[in-house]
Design a binder for this molecule. Sequence first.
Ligand code: NAI
Ligand code: GLU
Length: 542
Amino acid sequence: MSNAIIQIPVVVNEPVKAYGAGSPERIALQAAYQEMYNTVTEVPQYIGSEEVFSGNKMEIRPPHDHQRVVGYYHKGTQEDVKKAIAVALETRKTWAQTPWQTRAAIFLKAADLIAGPYRAKINAATMIGQSKNAMQAEIDSACEFIDFLRFNVKFMTEIYADQPVSSPNVWNKVEYRPLEGFTFAITPFNFTAISGNLPSCMALMGNVVVWKPSDKQLLSAKVIMEVFKEAGLPDGVINMVLTGGAETAETCISHPDFSGLHFTGSTQVFKDLWKKIGSNIDIHKTYPRIVGETGGKDFVVAHQSAKAKDVAIGLVRGAFEYQGQKCSAASRAYIPSSLWGEVEKEMKEMLASITVGSPEDFTNFVNAVIDEKAFDKISGYITRAKEASDAEVIMGGNFDKSKGYFIDPTVIKTTNPKYESMVEEIFGPVLTVYVYEDDQYEETLQLVDQTSDYALTGALYALDADALALGYKKLENAAGNFYINDKPTGAVVGQQPFGGARASGTNDKAGSAMNLLRWTSVRTVKEQFVHPTDYRYPFLEK
Ligand SMILES: NC(=O)C1=CN([C@@H]2O[C@H](COP(=O)(O)OP(=O)(O)OC[C@H]3O[C@@H](n4cnc5c(N)ncnc54)[C@H](O)[C@@H]3O)[C@@H](O)[C@H]2O)C=CC1
Ligand SMILES: N[C@@H](CCC(=O)O)C(=O)O
């Protein structure tokens, strides 16, 4: 490399495009949508330099139009996973030695490709494959993904710049080596940005990766691999396998060179993976790093001093954007009785204006949930609430899977603060409200803290400073991302590092240096310049 202490370009958050009627971005996105919707996309595995079309073809259908086949993915086998591990380990010999500037340039270029020529394509893939409207696709597969790629480069250089002091005659250094062996990324369906970030941030730090995406996200996963290839990522650094989760985990985790798991998905799957890693610990050459961001049961608490309209907007956007399929989605609300009448009225008015349908129609705020299994699970909560003695469905409540997996934004009101939909993650457009007496604010904060096993996001609405201070303190451990007078969703890379504790994950904060540090193994080097001339301490001299 050149003789220079290279500075990276200044990094800022990618501006969100508006997609207003007639705007160039809307025209480009509609064209990309139509092209992808009317083409049959084939998604191969990417193993080393090979695009593996196994011939074992599995259908890809849009959640909002499940009778239409828009593509196939080529399912792989455990032999493919073993091959991916072998290729990754071979590639490590060169990639781990690749200068950081070269690695940075690849991922900065990937960010610029998504911001420019691939923006419409990756957003269209996310809209079709994951049923997101244009705005939800834009903030995810374009902006958040671009931000991850660019900010990770900044965080990497900040980590590398962190060096120890040196006393006279000595030069101390630390170097941030990639982990020895290969790393393993398992990603969820709901965010294209997360599925791109998990493998790429490990690769940026010099690691080689086996990546298993969700089979519900493969249209956009293919675009991610196309972008990485065009950006110059060497073959074999990130190997995408299209195989079953449990078997792939078994193959990777039971390999002696397995060095780290980067997981985002549901809590039970993560707990099972952790156990699997523990039971293989005697064969691993190094203690594997384990990072997992998992489920949530995210709360909104309002104090009587809050503004009803602020709370209502926070609830509607927090609970129903992307059909509530965000780990951060508001799904339980605690509203004081004096405020509830107005909040309810405002919410009813807003929900009356929401339409549910295909993302192809830009006027639809709510689209389909991801698949039939999710549809049946979510609608089960609604059906049970309709029949419960301690809960009622007060808004929405309709669902229909004849064309797509559509569920109306639904609000359940309960008199039981431990009612099932106040406690369990539903991962759909269902919000449950518990109305408390105004003078029970402090007791309600206690309830919020103790109702669920999760601790991912939460929001507190209050204008009274003492009420805010009390909530701030009492809810200290109830959320890894805590919002004051704002909805609990929409964390921005570089601004609100994201993650939760308790059952919600290891809280290693995606979109921060804290996460990247986990993918390094530090070597400390001390170099002595002037050597001692005698082994004896001065005081031993006669
Ligand atoms: N805390 C966070 O930052 C985030 C958490 N999530 C959580 O993810 C979940 C929704 O995503 P899904 O894709 O439905 O989650 P999921 O847990 O069903 O699947 C996630 C990934 O794990 C794989 N998988 C499934 N079973 C497996 C097994 N036995 N062994 C190994 N891998 C397996 C899947 O194929 C997929 O690639 C929700 O619980 C949500 O809260 C989602 C995004 C962000
Ligand atoms: N980071 C996202 C949530 C990620 C997810 O739901 O998967 C947010 O703050 O809303």
